[in-house]
Every structure is written in structure tokens, then in C-alpha cells.
Design a protein around this ligand. Structure first.
Ligand SMILES: [Zn+2]
Length: 190
């Protein structure tokens, strides 16, 4: 598998449909490819109408992601790590992917990476991926966390961590809206 592949359209900003240009937090330039970044999107899926809303979306450079991760409480970090370790299927999927024997990106993006529930049937889910400039870094497996798994993860996070996630939302995505309210108490980043 090549190291870099074309960015699946689902990871492009909803409005411009061009790769993210800067880090949400530090504002550094992401277009040159000098610094890798992650994209996270939260999707609300109106299953009965076949319509999807992007609740929020952003790109974060690897430096800011690291800082963010370190700021998470030890308890939350440990609980989250255990959660993923307990989900053997997810860990195996990642290992296979890294060895080049995993599912195709399209296949991965069609279902929750934890529960395998189809994205078409989930009312909400989050997608994550690793990018460099206008390419996706193919050695890191992209993944999707569905609503049910998100709820399980939220329960493992300390109040301190959940509070910080809410602050993060408030700071970068403005005041509450109906959609964003739905997302209250759910994990924002990993
Ligand atoms: Zn940054």
C-alpha cells in the first residue's frame, strides 16, 4: 500500500470540499505537508430521510493533538486505553491494516469500527483520519465511532475531561445550537 492516498471526500470540509488549510487550535499551515494533521467530524444522520448533517468538523496538527491528549486526566486516558484494548476486534483491525492486510478504506468507512454497525443506520457517529497536505496517511487506519460506542466511552471519562471537552466545543464552535446541544457530554477528541 502506498504511504499516501487521495483523501476520501468524506474527510473534506463540508463547504469548500478542499483539504483543510489550517490547524483549528494554533492556526499553522497544513497545506505544505510539513506537518501532519488529524481530521475529526461529528455527523448527525437522519436515517429516515437519508440526510446527514455535519455537527462540527476540524483539523488539528499533530503538535496540538499531542498537547490536547496530555492535558486529559490520567484516569480518562487509562480508561479509554482499556476500552480499546477490550475491543479486540478493533485492535486486530488496526494491526491488520498496518500490515497492509486490512479492509479497504471504503469498507472501513462504511461501519462503526467498534460495533460494525452500518453508518447508514447509525443516527450519529464520528470519523477520524490522519493526513499530510492534500493526502491521507495510509499507514494510520481511519476509523468511525458510532453513537453507542461514544456513549460507552463518555461514561469512562472523568467529569474533568468531559468539562474540558465542552469548553473546547464552546471555544471553537461558538454558542450552543440545537445540533451542538445534542452533542453535549459526548467525546470530542481522542
Ligand atoms: Zn496546531
Amino acid at each position: 500500500m502506498p504511504d499516501l492516498i487521495d483523501i476520501p471526500p468524506v474527510y473534506l470540509p463540508y463547504e469548500s470540499q478542499e483539504p483543510f488549510k489550517e490547524c483549528l487550535v494554533c492556526g499553522c499551515d497544513l497545506t505544505s505537508g510539513n506537518k501532519d494533521y488529524f481530521v475529526e467530524k461529528a455527523i448527525k444522520n437522519h436515517v429516515e430521510y437519508g440526510v446527514k448533517d455535519v455537527v462540527f468538523e476540524y483539523a488539528m496538527c499533530t503538535d496540538c493533538a499531542e498537547t490536547m491528549q496530555k492535558s486529559m486526566s490520567q484516569e480518562s486516558q487509562q480508561n479509554m486505553q482499556n476500552y480499546f484494548l477490550e475491543h479486540q476486534g478493533f485492535m486486530t483491525k488496526i494491526q491488520k491494516y498496518q500490515m497492509g492486510e486490512g479492509e479497504s478504506v471504503d469498507e472501513i468507512l462504511s461501519k462503526c469500527s467498534i460495533s460494525n454497525e452500518s453508518t447508514e443506520r447509525m443516527e450519529e457517529y464520528m470519523i477520524f483520519g490522519h493526513f499530510r497536505g492534500d493526502k491521507m496517511v495510509a499507514s494510520t487506519m481511519p476509523y468511525i465511532i458510532g453513537g453507542a460506542a461514544m456513549d460507552e466511552i463518555s461514561e469512562l471519562l472523568s467529569n474533568q475531561t468531559l468539562g474540558e471537552m465542552n469548553d473546547f466545543m464552546g471555544q471553537y464552535f461558538g454558542g450552543p445550537t440545537e445540533l451542538k446541544d445534542l452533542w453535549k457530554g459526548k467525546p470530542v477528541f481522542f
